[in-house]
Write a protein that binds this ligand. Structure first.
Ligand SMILES: Cc1ncc(COP(=O)(O)O)c(C=O)c1O
Ligand SMILES: N[C@@H](CCOP(=O)(O)O)C(=O)O
Length: 472
């Protein structure tokens, strides 16, 4: 399998090159040259597989430059009950007939990011050792990617992490989780701005090819294809579990910000996984909902990016939309470049409403969307507790709110659970009048000493800091 850039100018790459490179050299995102198809018989054969074997099967379709036995060993090391807290790794929890949560947040940092980041840590360690190389990972987080990456990479040989986060905009627990890490290879940088500023800096630094080469800059955000690929696996797992119980059809609702999680669902569907609908759930920062309803992609400014009670989704410029739009416009790299490099930069967005392909998008790609507000979120946390004795986090609550508007008696709807409620205790208290129980291993976390550097929203300041640490 080879990979190409959505903007058409980065050649044909192998999986491990893409893993280390992150953002493509032309500023685009890597995608497979074509999506491998999985037929019905293969799907049926995968039904009885444990998660790690399912992961190996899916990854093997995309990774041709790691020997199969090594890839299997990496999957075995990653997807263990000890790391993911449950024997079946990503189980479904039934709320009521036709409505399920897929548990993805039982890993080390209590968010779905662990599902991919634990694999990425092991893949990177393997590949860097094979090449006798080092990598400086530069990432952006609105709260969960950062801690998942840092917990997956801490202490790993050949890896350093520089993680940018929007200063003061993450929950108290998320800040404590990241900033209390004292490992020498972990560097937290709080940026005076919003998540989109952090992500722009990552792209700008990675776009300086001389700096990238000199300081060996890599990525672990979902701009890195390997992240998305690892996330594709749990759509297969969720589908296989649900279709056994409800054979008529399976849809997914996905709380969305950077469009990474739902984009993995899109990839699974393009591979032939018979997903009926992929429902995007946003919070008040509803750029994606607006785009999917109208075809108009209108990025919000820093001042118009709202601070909400589902803060990990406070994103206005969704990286992975580029991968979907590339498919939507018939894999036309020149057009994708004109939209994301040209119009997005010049006019702050683009309009596909007049494109016949957009009109067919819902039918062709299965996308639907909706938005949720603070009031909806609180009401849904309360409702889910009262009906099912289950406490859900605010992002998952956005998912359930939107899912309820899209359920159909003929289909099972799976809502992806993207974090555990303890990460957002203040909102849970507002909804239920009490904070969720704190697992023993996190007691005292918020009182630990912290290590974080504050910088302005300026790519040069970040480059200077990386250079200073990397050469010290
Ligand atoms: C808890 C939580 N829910 C939802 C999302 C949105 O996912 P994505 O950015 O992949 O769309 C994020 C951030 O990625 C998150 O941390
Ligand atoms: N919500 C994310 C933002 C980054 O998304 P990613 O999927 O590109 O890593 C976060 O929690 O950091």
């Amino acid at each position: 399998m080879h990979y190409i850039s959505t903007r058409g100018h980065s050649g044909r790459k192998q999986f491990c090159e893409v893993l280390l490179e992150g953002l493509a050299q032309d500023g685009g995102l890597y995608v497979p040259e074509s999506y491998p198809r999985v037929d019905r018989a293969t799907l049926d054969a995968w039904r009885s597989l444990p998660y790690l074997s399912l992961a190996w099967e899916v990854l093997s379709l995309y990774v041709s430059d790691i020997p199969p036995a090594d890839l299997k060993a990496i999957c075995e090391k990653t997807y263990t009950p000890a790391i993911f807290g449950k024997p079946d790794i990503a189980p479904l929890r039934k709320l009521e007939r036709g409505l399920y949560l897929q548990e993805l947040s039982n890993g080390p940092t209590l968010a779905f990011k662990d599902m991919a980041m634990q694999l990425l840590g092991n893949l990177l360690e393997y590949e860097l050792a094979r090449r006798h190389q080092e990598l400086n990972i530069l990432g952006a987080t609105s709260g969960d990617t950062g801690s998942a990456a840092e917990y997956a990479m801490r202490g790993k040989k050949g890896l350093r992490v520089f993680m940018l986060s929007p200063r003061g905009r993450m929950s108290a627990f998320q800040q404590a989780q990241m900033f209390s890490l004292q490992d020498n290879n972990i560097h937290n940088i709080a940026i005076d701005g919003v998540f989109d500023d952090c992500q722009d800096i990552v792209k700008r630094v990675s776009g300086d090819l001389e700096f990238k080469r000199r300081y060996k800059i890599g990525a672990v955000n979902s701009i890195n294809w390997a992240r998305l690929l690892a996330q594709v696996v749990y759509y297969f797992s969720g589908y296989l579990q649900a279709s056994e119980r409800e054979p008529a059809g399976v849809s997914f609702t996905v709380p969305s910000g950077n469009f990474g999680n739902i984009c993995a669902g899109h990839v699974a569907r393009m591979m032939g996984l018979p997903i009926c609908r992929l429902v995007v759930a946003t919070n008040e920062n509803d750029v994606l909902d607006e785009f999917l309803r109208t075809g108009v992609y209108r990025v919000r400014s820093r001042a118009d990016t709202l601070e909400t009670s589902s803060p990990s989704m406070d994103i206005s410029k969704a990286s992975n939309l580029e991968r979907f739009v590339f498919d939507l416009v018939g894999r036309d790299a020149a057009r994708t470049k004109a939209l994301f490099d040209g119009q997005l930069g010049e006019r702050g967005g683009f309009d596909l409403s007049g494109d016949p392909r957009f009109a067919e998008a819902a039918a062709s790609f299965g996308f639907r969307s909706g938005r949720s507000s603070h009031a909806d979120r609180l009401a849904m946390i309360r409702d889910t507790w009262e009906r099912y004795h289950t406490v859900i986090d605010p992002h998952t609550a956005d998912g359930v709110t939107v899912a309820r508007a899209h359920t159909s008696p003929r289909e099972a709807m799976i809502v992806l659970e993207t974090a555990l409620p303890i990460k957002f205790a203040a909102t849970i208290k507002e909804a239920l009048g009490r904070e969720p129980d704190l697992p023993d291993r996190f007691k005292g976390l918020e009182e630990l000493p912290r290590r974080v550097k504050v910088l302005p929203p300026d790519a040069q300041a970040v480059k200077n800091y990386i250079a200073e640490i990397a050469t010290s």
